[in-house]
Design a protein around this ligand. Sequence first.
Ligand SMILES: Nc1ncnc2c1ncn2[C@@H]1O[C@H](COP(=O)(O)OP(=O)(O)O)[C@@H](O)[C@H]1O
Ligand SMILES: [Mg+2]
Length: 498
Amino acid sequence: MYIVDMLGITKTFGELVANDNVDFQLRKGEIHALLGENGAGKTTLMRILYGLYRPDTGIIKVAEQPVEIHSPKDAIANGIGMVTQHFALVPPLSVAENIVLGNTDGFVVNRAAMEAKVAAAADRFGIVIDPKSLVRHLAVGQRQRVEILKALYRNARVLILDEPTAVLVPQEVDALFETLNRLKADGLSVIFISHKLHEVTQITDRVTVLRDGKLIGTVDTKDMSQSQLAAMMVGRETFGVTRKDEQHEQQPVTLRIDNLCAKNDQGMPALTNVCLEVKAGEILGIAGVGGNGQKELAESLCGVRDCASGSIQLAGKELIGKTPAGFTQAGVGRIPEDRHEGMVGDLTVTENLALEHLNEYTRSGVLDHKAIRTRAEELIHQFQIKARPNDPVRTLSGGNMQKVLLARVLSRNPKAVIVPQPTRGLDVGATDYVRQQLLEQRDRGAAILLISEDLDEILALSDRIAVIYEGEIVGILPAGEATPERLGLLMSGAVKEH
Ligand SMILES: Nc1ncnc2c1ncn2[C@@H]1O[C@H](COP(=O)(O)OP(=O)(O)O)[C@@H](O)[C@H]1O
Ligand SMILES: [Mg+2]
């Protein structure tokens, strides 16, 4: 017997078919992964189940009865709750107030009674949280717990979690998984959206795989290896990049950052006395939970953000005080975090590839269009960009846009490369491509500073790993000594290692 039955679900957005005749069946008391690359249609399918979208065709049954779900209210009435990637909590209110909010049956709530009810619910589901705490004082992992408890408090029997681990450090992931197992033991059903194979194999009973909006299949997790699941997800067997382990002790320091301090957009300190060295032929990974100064660090190192104090030296030359163009000319390659920021969407691939370097194509004041075009064709070929020279950049997929950026920056053989979140939002194929390019740059002898919130990415690529927490470097480890647990402790601010 299925607690949820979604049959023949199709959902289009204009021309785009986000879900194409998808069937999804959820058993009572199972943890069921919805696995697929970015853009596969996972969120869309679950937003349909939660009443945020209406399907074009298809039917939904709950406990074998056909139901109409027009809104989250209908979903909740049918025992379906969803925890989204962006929490919908009210920070100045307490945990108890957030949970009971909108669910008070019209009675005026007595604070003590409300807190007692929430405490009882937390206890019953084994969720550790203080009902009296203000949400704004809670860490991300705790806020997620509040969202889960909020759904359970509304009697959810089906819990949808959309990429819940994306915002968590490893220890919080462990706590989340304990909670999910406990809910499962209570007979609840959990839909766990992820594209991380090791999580899917660790926690789920069954897996439904989507690719390009289509159902590829539903399988028992225990029958599948990670590479078999990867094959279902991307349509090929092998994936991932491998890093050659080498010693970098003898290499000179290319990028030296000393006591760097910078402020965020609100004028508050964002970086405090950051000291880092990146050697030639080394990838230094910066791990950390988002919002701990990563953006400010990347911007400071490219001259885009003014530094309050400190020093940034490239091959012994001071860069502080230079313009962004000055940083580039000195040999810093910058792949901006926001791909759209680095390009002009209405200009063509050819024009975007020449951007920032137009002076080199100018002959006695006139642009040499032929040379620009020839160079663009070479780069399109070399970087395997799936686009024509005259296509406007805005028509490209995220992966191909990232390749245009890489081509523009890396073809100039920069001494140092600053790469914040280089694969965010890319599919597995494009992700592999970008990572391979970074490894090739490293082998060429570039000093690479890789800033990523994806710990798997940091672990796969880095020679050494520094952890940033509240704008400070709280530890630096050689890759061989960096376990997810050790990094997680640093990332959560619980310990410092110097
Ligand atoms: N509201 C929307 N409007 C237009 N296109 C959308 C909308 N929501 C999702 N899409 C598109 O539908 C496809 C599937 O997206 P999504 O369900 O978010 O995938 P996933 O969650 O698997 O990454 C993507 O191509 C996405 O761009
Ligand atoms: Mg999604």
